[in-house]
Design a protein around this ligand. Structure first.
Ligand code: SF4
Ligand code: SF4
Length: 193
């Protein structure tokens, strides 16, 4: 029986480029923007501790780490800010009641504290960030925004090999807050032992 493309990709530890894996989400964003449902005038409250509890998988963490490195941004200063964020918002401590885990909110280290919002190129952003958008025109401080869950599922179905790679990269690939995921799953000489 011929080997599936998913199996070959997994063995090679390869996936389609990050931009391909985000294309469906970026198209959706463009469609919303054409309707005037844009984030352009918003302070980006969805990236702060007020509303942000974004979690990412090992593959998303790897995409982000590789891009940060290519941009010369994987620096001791960035690593320190990731660690500060984990400590400040206690992202490495379970907030659950013993039966279920609660999602903690945190201000993302990649939030620029301005209307420029996120400092990550959309082709390398977490999928959940791209799927979360304004749902009416003229939003300035969040409020009427939502995540396109159906589109996230469609995207996942387009790249079945990604799930296998997540399990190959981490014994427990359950999504984690962005800074914790980067520090845990993308270790290197710069991140210490
Ligand atoms: S990666 Fe960007 S869009 Fe996602 S939470 Fe962080 S600042 Fe916001
Ligand atoms: S409009 Fe909503 S999704 Fe867009 S940046 Fe503001 S809070 Fe986030």
């Amino acid at each position: 029986m011929p080997e599936s493309s998913a199996s070959i990709a997994f063995k090679k530890n390869q996936l389609p480029p990050p931009s391909n894996r985000r294309a469906v989400l970026r198209r959706h964003m463009r469609d919303l923007e054409e309707k005037g449902w844009s984030c352009a005038a918003c302070t980006g409250v969805c990236c702060t501790f007020v509303a942000n509890s974004m979690r990412i998988t090992p593959v998303e963490a790897r995409d982000l780490r590789r891009w940060l490195e290519s941009e010369g941004r994987w620096t001791p200063e960035l690593i320190a800010s990731l660690r500060d964020c984990v400590t400040r918002f206690r992202l490495d401590q379970d907030a659950g009641d013993g039966r279920r885990s609660l999602r903690k909110t945190y201000t993302c280290p990649f939030y620029t504290n301005s209307r420029l919002g996120c400092s990550i190129h959309p082709d390398h952003k977490p999928y959940g960030c791209l799927a979360f958008n304004a749902r009416r025109p003229g939003i300035t401080d969040g409020g009427t925004c939502a995540s396109a869950q159906d589109l996230l599922q469609q995207r996942e179905a387009l790249f079945p090999e990604e799930n296998a790679l997540n399990h190959a990269l981490a014994p427990d690939p359950s999504p984690r807050p962005i800074p914790l995921a980067l520090l845990t799953w993308c270790p290197g000489p710069e991140t210490g032992p």
